[in-house]
Design a protein around this ligand. Structure first.
Ligand code: PEP
Ligand code: MG
Length: 750
């Protein structure tokens, strides 16, 4: 049989068969007869993964019909089991001599010598095996192998549509629950269903009418794909900080790979639609790559998966991400990585959790998830290879566990834990009106980190002492175009109104790094974290800051305005920014507008160079706040978004603590009010260490206020000050164990 005409003929016949109103069993029974006749084989059988993960004979032409739904093989057992586990074809002239051959007398297969079996793959998982057998000893031609592989895609559709396998198209799903481990990034439990951030395209239209049209469709989609990759490359490092240039380069290489394109065209010529051809070639390549232990090769597999999926989206016009789709009521979003802007798209829309293959503790996705109160587990390796849209899942943000297809026992445990968490929350709520005063009478101010309208009710619900950090860039990140001044003003007014008499510290725009504004053209940068970002834009885009400051001043009216400039590297930047504010105040007054009676202007300490200008900076500022996330990143030269580095340089290292102590001492010397608004403040152990260093005002995510206040109420501040003082100068490694031990001995919940 020639590859093209043979499989095309067979596919045409199959399509006619698919159109007939048959039940699945009758359809499969007819399919095996059709394949056997067209391929001149005496036997054609379909095995499918059934309940319990075994391979069951579902239909046969040539073997004993009595064996249907009787003969079962374990994964790895017999030739069929080997094909299912390796996901590779077996082509044998004498089946019995293969070491894995398992004789099943009920089938009557002893009469047949040659054997050709191919896996039936669906969305990357083996869901069955398709076999042809002949009496004569022969090796099947490569064309026959390919034809059978092409046909197996159609059978995959029939099997996937069946109840038994249809609802659970992978071996894992049929075999039941799976527990995966990652790293806890935001605590909390999520019980729900998988939503793939980049949904897989399920190809259902497999058989082509006209190969020429399909080739054209494929070529045009490839053109679109290549263009989109070029655009990604142009914007790489800024818009897609997490998608490193290297990965996108690899995409480009694949997208231009002649072998890849040629194989897809071959599959189209064999009778498949363009999208079925993409899937077919992906399945083949995946089979080759998936068993590689080399992590580089496995990464390429991920790239290839992603690229093929992108190509399928170009072909089918499916949405690139799920963030605009309607979500199930209990969505748990799964992605390789996600930027803060994409995550914000899900805000307020049934999101119950986030699971990433990457993900770092202090990256902005973590900050957004924390602000939204969404449990978040990162670094669950290769999880996308085994989950699919709609799978039931439970995530435990305390332990970093992900339970796929959880059984009744796990569900029961987590429903109980969710009840306990609600009780815990109720106990935090009871503390709302209570001031955070330590056992030895030190009053601590606990403030809120916010940035979105959804955060504002938290000022009341947590009983926080105002907003210590309002990340104004979040409004810009959720917008599709630059917010007009009037929009900014309305938004800030709403923030002032929600805060009432409690103060809000507005941080001016802090964009760049991993915080992208898609509508703002930025040059491609090799190192965006060290690039043209944040306050540095004052020289090139002064209008951006001026417009924002004007909007803030107008929104404040006569109310007190607290402003803070981020990412200051040297005092001169603070001076320039402050001058800009003065100009705006004059402008406002000249035009007869109200202006705030008091304006307090602060500086964010987050770039190490400024540590050596604190004596010059502090007299010029009304307050300072430590951005411990960036300070840690830049002090240790360690990318805060890189999962490989997360946890490598501890926040409790003497280096970090001595740096913080230096700031505390300088603030005391200059009598400058001091806060800390990085993620360290929201971690009860981190907050305890900060109190031990002398901090008295901390700003944190809403979900942290309860736990940190509970810690404060149980703490003797003087004791922790002594503990830190007596260890900070003579320890060379992290003080974490010392602090944990102290908390344990003193019954301090951290
Ligand atoms: C910080 O760097 O600690 C900080 C508070 O700012 P952001 O996390 O938004 O960079
Ligand atoms: Mg910062």
């Amino acid at each position: 049989m020639s590859p093209d005409s043979g499989s095309r003929l067979l596919l045409r016949r199959l399509r006619a068969l698919m159109a007939e109103p048959l039940d699945e069993q009758a359809r499969l029974d007819r399919v095996v007869v059709l394949i056997a006749n067209t391929m001149v084989a005496e036997v054609c059988s379909v095995y499918a993964v059934a309940e319990g993960g075994r391979l069951e004979l579902f239909a046969t032409q040539g073997l004993n019909p009595e064996a249907v739904h009787q003969t079962r093989l374990k994964m790895g057992e017999g030739l069929v089991g080997v094909i299912a586990t390796t996901a590779e074809a077996l082509n044998l002239s004498e089946a019995r001599t293969h070491p894995s051959f398992a004789y099943r007398p009920e089938t009557g297969e002893e009469a047949y010598h040659s054997f050709l079996g191919v896996p039936i793959l669906h969305t990357g998982h083996t869901i069955g095996v398709l076999v042809v057998q002949n009496r004569t000893k022969r090796i099947y031609e490569q064309e026959e192998v390919e034809a059978l592989e092409t046909i197996s895609m159609v059978i995959a559709e029939i099997l996937a549509a069946r109840g038994a396998v249809g609802a659970a198209t992978s071996v894992e799903r049929v075999t039941g629950a799976r527990r995966l481990e990652g790293v806890s990034i935001v605590a909390g439990f999520g019980i729900g269903h998988v939503v793939l951030h980049e949904p897989r395209v399920h190809v259902t239209n497999l058989i082509a009418d006209n190969a020429d049209i399909e080739v054209k469709r494929l070529e045009s989609a490839l053109g679109e794909l290549r263009n989109s990759i070029d655009q990604m490359l142009e914007r790489a490092d800024f818009l897609h900080a997490s998608e490193h240039r290297e990965v996108i380069e690899a995409y480009r290489m694949f997208a231009h790979d002649r072998g890849w394109v040629a194989r897809m065209k071959e599959a189209v010529n064999a009778g498949l639609t363009a999208e079925a051809a993409v899937e077919r070639v992906l399945n083949e390549t995946r089979t080759r790559l998936v068993r590689a232990s080399n992590p580089y090769v496995r990464d390429r597999l991920h790239d290839l998966d992603d690229l093929a999926n992108r190509l399928l989206r170009h072909l089918t016009g499916a949405a690139m991400t799920a963030s605009r789709d309607e979500l199930p009521r209990d969505a748990i979003v799964f992605a390789h990585n996600i930027g803060p802007a994409d995550l914000l798209d899900y805000a307020g829309r049934n999101l119950r959790g986030l699971v990433l293959e990457e993900g770092a503790l202090n990256g902005h996705a973590a900050i957004v998830a924390r602000a939204l109160g969404i449990p978040f587990i990162g670094r669950v390796e290769d999880v996308l290879a085994i989950v699919d849209d709609g799978n039931a899942v439970i995530i435990d943000g305390e332990t970093g566990e992900v339970f796929l297809h959880p059984g009744a026992d796990i569900k029961k445990i987590y429903k109980k834990k969710a009840r306990a968490a609600r009780r815990q929350q109720a106990s935090y709520d009871k503390l709302r009106a209570l001031p955070a005063i330590s056992k030895d009478g030190t009053e601590i101010a606990l403030q809120l980190n916010a940035g979105l309208l959804v955060d504002l009710p938290h000022i009341k619900s947590t009983g926080a002492d105002g907003v210590g950090l309002f990340r104004t860039e979040l409004q810009f990140m959720v917008a599709s175009k630059l917010p007009r001044m009037s929009e900014q003003m309305d938004f800030y007014r709403a923030v002032f109104d929600a805060a009432g008499s409690k103060g809000v510290v507005f941080r001016t725009l802090d964009i760049g790094g991993d915080k992208a504004l898609p509508y703002l053209h930025m040059d491609n940068e090799e190192n965006p974290a060290l690039g043209w970002r944040s306050i540095r834009m004052i020289d090139t885009r002064p209008a951006l800051l001026r417009m924002q400051v004007r909007a803030l001043l107008r929104a404040a009216g006569r109310r007190e305005l607290q402003l803070m400039f981020p990412f200051l590297t040297e005092v001169a930047e603070f001076v320039r920014a402050r001058e800009l504010v003065d100009i705006e105040i004059l402008h406002l007054r000249k035009h007869g507008h109200d202006s705030p009676e008091t304006i307090k202007i602060g500086a964010l300490i987050e770039v190490p160079s400024i540590l050596w200008q604190l004596d010059e900076l502090m007299p010029l500022t009304d307050f300072v706040s430590v951005g411990s996330n960036d300070l840690h990143q830049h002090l240790f030269a360690c990318d805060r978004t890189n999962p490989r580095l997360s946890g490598r340089y501890d926040m409790f290292s003497p280096v970090m603590l001595k740096t913080l102590r230096h700031i505390v001492r300088k603030a005391a010397e200059h009598k400058t009010p001091l806060t800390l608004c990085g993620e360290m403040a929201g971690d009860p152990l981190g907050a305890m260490a900060l109190l031990g260093l002398g901090f008295r005002t901390l700003s944190m995510a809403a979900t942290s206020v309860g736990p940190v206040k509970t810690m404060v109420l149980a703490l003797d501040v003087e004791a922790v000050e002594n503990l830190v003082a007596s260890n900070i100068d003579n320890m060379t490694s992290s003080l974490r164990p010392v602090l944990e031990d102290f908390a344990r001995r003193n019954d301090i919940p951290v």
